[in-house]
Design a protein around this ligand. Structure first.
Ligand code: NCD
Length: 325
């Protein structure tokens, strides 16, 4: 995928952003080009665009979040829309109301778009079927986290121009990672070669159905990689112990300064956050010259502005010209 190769008259048709599986290369490129425009706005002294003036966005987070939630809130405000913040703990969900009823009530108050994070895979999809508002998936269970996948690839694209042919290792707890899944689908669509690295117990059960190469020996492949995307071990999602010892895990899979000596000198080091410094990544590597951790966060804002802008555009198309799934 070369930068800027999508046509100017490409029409974005997706009313919802539910996942990156099935999204075409043209769609991904159009989204990245749109995000580049918004990044430029973010660098001006007046950082606002009137694109969504008068629109209302609901930020529905049923799971904890720092980056994704604030990034969406800021993206909404930069596009001049209003945001309604909603957390499960402070809502009627704790009194037994269903997700669907909660969302329909919010919609009855005039919400145009819903950003949703939920512990159940498929929650965003379900919502998109029962409300008229645009739905943006901010992470559903282990399923997908499309805006994280997009911002990761947008960041790689900024540094390398062409995704095609790059070797990308996603390292760590793949089994519980929605970030990994979104990255895998879009990287594959854009022609990258994806390697999943981690212990067998942290690989997804249906890994053979994914377009990836599985590797349990990080040291044997690190030298060939262009990108290392380090994942957190998601202890809150793990029911029974899957790692016999944290020390052992770190010894085999952590990105340490020592291990970096085996990597290409310009390797891109990524992490979606939150980082467990000292477990999956050494602090000096996370803060080191190859790390794009904070660049990812900055780019997330532009990518989310692009997503909000595009789904809103699609929602105005006649039903037979839109993609509603
Ligand atoms: C990720 C998530 O919530 O899926 N974080 C994020 O959104 N930046 C990854 C994680 O929690 O480890």
């Amino acid at each position: 995928m070369k930068k800027k190769s999508s046509s100017k008259d490409f029409v974005w048709r997706r009313k919802h952003l539910l996942g990156l599986k099935g999204m075409s290369a043209d769609e991904l490129i159009h989204l990245f080009n749109t995000a580049e425009g918004f990044k430029e706005i973010s660098q001006r002294s007046i950082k606002k665009a009137p694109a969504l003036r008068g629109k209302v966005v609901g930020n529905l987070f049923f799971e904890d979040s720092t980056r994704t939630r604030t990034s969406f809130a800021l993206a909404v405000s930069r596009l001049s829309a209003d945001i309604v913040e909603f957390t499960a703990k402070a809502s009627s969900l704790s009194k037994g109301e269903t997700l669907r009823d909660t969302a329909r009530n919010l919609e009855a108050m005039g919400i145009d778009m819903v950003v949703v994070r939920h512990k159940a895979g498929g929650a965003a999809n379900l919502l998109s079927q029962c409300i008229d508002a645009c739905v943006i998936n901010a992470g559903d269970g282990y399923h997908e986290h499309p805006t994280q996948g997009l911002l990761d690839i947008f960041t790689i694209r900024e540094l390398r121009q062409d995704i095609k042919g790059l070797k990308v290792a996603i390292v760590g707890d793949i089994a519980h990672s929605r970030v990994a899944r979104s990255n895998i689908w879009a990287l594959h669509t854009l022609g990258a070669e994806v390697f999943l690295v981690g212990p067998p117990t942290l690989m997804p059960s249906a890994v053979s159905q994914l377009p990836v190469t599985v590797c349990h020996d990080f040291d044997s492949i690190i030298g060939q990689m262009d990108v290392l995307n380090m994942l957190r071990v998601q202890f809150e999602r793990i029911g029974s112990p899957v790692i016999p010892s944290l020390l052992e895990y770190s010894r085999l899979f952590a990105l340490t300064e020592k291990r970096m000596e085996k990597a290409k000198s310009d390797v891109i080091v990524m992490h979606p956050g939150p980082m467990n410094r000292g477990l999956e990544i050494e602090g000096t590597v996370a803060d080191g010259p190859n790390s794009t951790v904070l660049r990812q966060v900055s780019n997330g804002l532009a990518v989310r502005m692009a997503v909000l802008f595009l789904v809103n555009q699609a929602s105005k198309l006649p039903a037979d010209e839109r993609i509603d799934s």
